[in-house]
Design a protein around this ligand. Structure first.
Ligand SMILES: [Zn+2]
Length: 355
């Protein structure tokens, strides 16, 4: 992904007001009292087995297993750089598809060809894994699963023409989606969830003088113009990118705030209410060319981007970004947990009509 410009000002909505949240150590977070404005849209609907009370019943949310997610990141990295047209890319694709199928999801593989800025024709594959494919109410989560073909960060010190491992950049977000898939199988939810792995996100031309956004995100551009499954209209999407590094944080990125401010504000409030205040920070960030930009502008599906942007960044991203230091050493299970648990809360609260 690529930084494109500084953020413009946006007012925060702040209409979601969560007053009290208790998290139990294992398996349940108690959404004890939800104080909101009058006219709460029938949000008092409880599960059939519970008796009606004036206080909202807890929404059971499974515990995100950070070690499992870490394992999925490690497995991807073990294939080597997942650059299109390579054997590692092909083997990782087969593994990802097999994992999703083992979790009971239906998988659509969408092959495409796209010419990179280098002139190379890339053979890419978007992977769409569907939980409850016939459920009408749907949300989706996305990641890119490819890794960058070169290490062209100004902070990289050697082998700049060689591909990177992409533990954080590609691996972390994909690992979290795999763990979400595993949790959905173990803890059924009454909602359709799609987990989309876009290919060829990170093969763009990083040129400050002449930014070329269209050279990035080739898989999401293709999918947005050729949406599968046909007629797919989820309520919104959440893109994860570089969501596994130590000491990172997530700011309110400008494209997301332009196209889906309500989703972004709700997710940030939710993450903060779960205690992840060091990660979900109420600060605006500049626009980033990432898969969500094309999903918003071409597919016209509202989508936010949760993307790591640590304090005191020299490049706009973590110092490991597009360097050979983007390896398992930068991955922190606490970061994986903060993002993964927040995403599970979104899913199970949506299923209960309480997000
Ligand atoms: Zn990247």
């Amino acid at each position: 992904m690529q930084l494109i410009k500084k953020a413009s000002g946006q007012n925060l909505g702040g209409h979601l007001k969560i007053s009290t949240i208790f998290s139990f150590a294992f398996s349940v977070s108690l959404f004890a009292i939800l104080v909101s404005n009058a006219g709460c849209k029938g949000d008092t609907t409880n599960k059939p087995s519970t008796t009606e009370t004036s206080i909202e019943q807890p929404v059971p949310v499974p515990k995100f297993d950070r070690d499992s997610a870490f394992h999925y990141v490690d497995k991807q990295v073990a294939f080597g750089p997942r650059v299109p047209n390579t054997d590692a890319h092909k083997k990782c694709r087969e593994w990802l598809v097999g994992q999703f199928k083992s979790f009971g999801l239906e998988v659509i593989e969408q092959p495409f060809q796209a010419r990179a800025y280098t002139g190379t024709v890339l053979n890419g594959v978007n992977i769409i894994a569907q939980y409850k494919p016939s459920a009408p109410k749907r949300i989706f989560f996305a990641s890119h699963w490819d890794s960058r073909h070169i290490a062209d960060s100004p902070l990289n010190v050697d082998r700049s023409d060689e591909p990177i491992l992409g533990a954080d950049d590609g691996g972390s977000s994909t690992g979290i989606l795999l763990e979400i898939a595993r949790q959905l199988q173990a803890n059924p939810a009454d909602i359709g969830v799609d987990l989309i792995l876009f290919d060829a996100e990170d093969h763009g031309n990083d040129n400050d003088v002449d930014p070329q956004p269209e050279t990035w995100c080739l898989g999401s551009q293709y999918w947005s113009k050729n949406i599968v499954p046909a007629g797919y209209r989820p309520r919104y999407g959440i893109l994860l990118d570089m969501v596994g590094a130590k000491n990172t944080r997530f700011l309110k990125e400008a494209v997301s705030m332009n196209f889906a401010p309500e989703v972004m504000n709700k997710v940030w409030s939710l993450g903060q209410s779960l205690g992840y205040t060091n990660y979900f920070v109420n600060e605006k960030a500049g626009a980033i060319t990432d898969d969500h930009y094309f999903v918003n502008t071409i597919a016209k599906i509202p989508m936010i981007d949760i993307i790591g942007k640590p304090a005191n960044s020299q490049t706009g991203f973590g110092d490991h970004w597009h360097t050979h230091n983007d390896n398992m050493q930068v991955i922190d299970v606490r970061t994986l947990r903060a993002v993964g648990q927040t995403m599970l809360e979104v899913i199970y609260r949506e299923a209960a009509g309480r997000f």
